[in-house]
Design a protein around this ligand. Sequence first.
Ligand code: C2O
Ligand code: CU
Ligand code: CU
Length: 513
Amino acid sequence: MHRRTFLASLTGLVVAGPATAQMNHDMGSMGGHGNHNMPAAGTNPVLPEGQPLKELPRLSNRSAVPGVFKAKLAAEPGVVRYAEGLDTPVLLYNGTNPVIEASEGDTVEISFKNGILDEATTIHWHGMPVPADQDGNPTDPVAPGGERIYAFELPEGSAASYWFHPHPHGLTAEQVYRGLAGIFVVKPKDDPIPPEYGDTILMLTDLRIAADGTMPESTMSDLMNGRVGDHVLVNGQKNPAMAVGLGEKRRLRLYNATNARFLLLKFENASMTVVGTDGGLIEAPVAIDELLLTPAERVELIVSFDKPGAATLTTLGYERGWMGPGKPNEAGMILLTANVSEEAVAAMPPLPAKLRSIEPLGSPIVTRRFVLTESMGGMDHGDMSMQGMDHSSMSMSSDSMEMKFLINGASFDMNRIDEVSKVGQVELWEVVNEADMDHPFHVHGTQFQIVEREKDGKVITPPYRAWKDTVNIVAGETVRILLRQDLPGPRMYHCHILEHEQLGMMGTVDVQA
Ligand code: C2O
Ligand code: CU
Ligand code: CU
């Protein structure tokens, strides 16, 4: 199945008539002549930088009943102006990337309409403890023009930085890069972070637009490595600016909502302290110098601005096992600029030393092993040079370009249950990456704790206990996690490089009551 999908998109790339110019662009980057970050002058649109950071719009609550959050969401085509004079056709929720903010204990009811006229979609509540039949699984598509209600409760202790995105079979990667994603923040009853720090959402996405403003179709390199864009955006803006006072501390929630971008981040002229991960606050603040945020991961930071002038959120280079030519130059991108005042603001309250308790999950009753592999059919990873590849070699329908991303040797099948589990059972999952690239591994329906990481015989335990729903498994590494599913039903686990998910690196665990 995944192969047919792949060949279909490959064929699409070759035969699509109006895409010839774009094809040259794509082939150029595949041949290593292009660079998504530094396109040749005149070929790619320039995005404005330095504009004031926008807040993503909040979805307003239509319920007057305390403890109930009700709203309507529609997935629909839209147009965004990223670059001067160019309209980019996109897909959006209610015309934007909305933020849903609710509180622990709330009941949530979202009336959803699929306004995409030719594609099924779903909403998946990434990281959230919602019932399996409300979680937008590929098996529960909402047909074009169709509607459904997603309803769930937010249990005590579930406060965290979640997000939501489509999860339809075979279309997830494309719908996400075309723009469908939103933020879901669950607030705790008592928040230990001082309100003076504010609460700023920074949603990181990755945009590739052609000279005419459209988003080019994915290339073979995109399918292999995951689609990486030309511009990493924050709340839809390139390198936006925020004004802060000298001595200020800000609470920033960073979301990697890109399809495939590995972001090794550093804040120049400001200091970062981690206070939360995918599944909410950690037990105590941890000061850090740099931070790897892989696709779908989130982090809550307290950033202290103690030097006047520009403090920039920048990227460092990271080796994630790029295949073939066209590796983007990822170091030195400025994602956000904080302009720190010369004059100091009134002293801010200190960050508390203790944020909350996270109980260890305890001893596992079951151990499962998941081996991640990739294969490129007849081609060896070493000589994936696609230089000189022309139409005829691109259009090969042979097995020589069969690309596979597998878990335990199998490609995702919606109609197959890969693992059978039980509600409430603590399990040890050993995720082994035998592939040549990093794969960020994600599990639906729950949060897990990382026990240890092992590579080349060396075992490392994490520096602090945290709730996670996505963890990067470095090439050659084994990561052991503890998890427990508290709700029954089928749950997916997969690589969150969405092209890999789509090309088969996904499985289903059926959690039985
Ligand atoms: Cu963001 Cu299957 O998930
Ligand atoms: Cu998910
Ligand atoms: Cu992957």
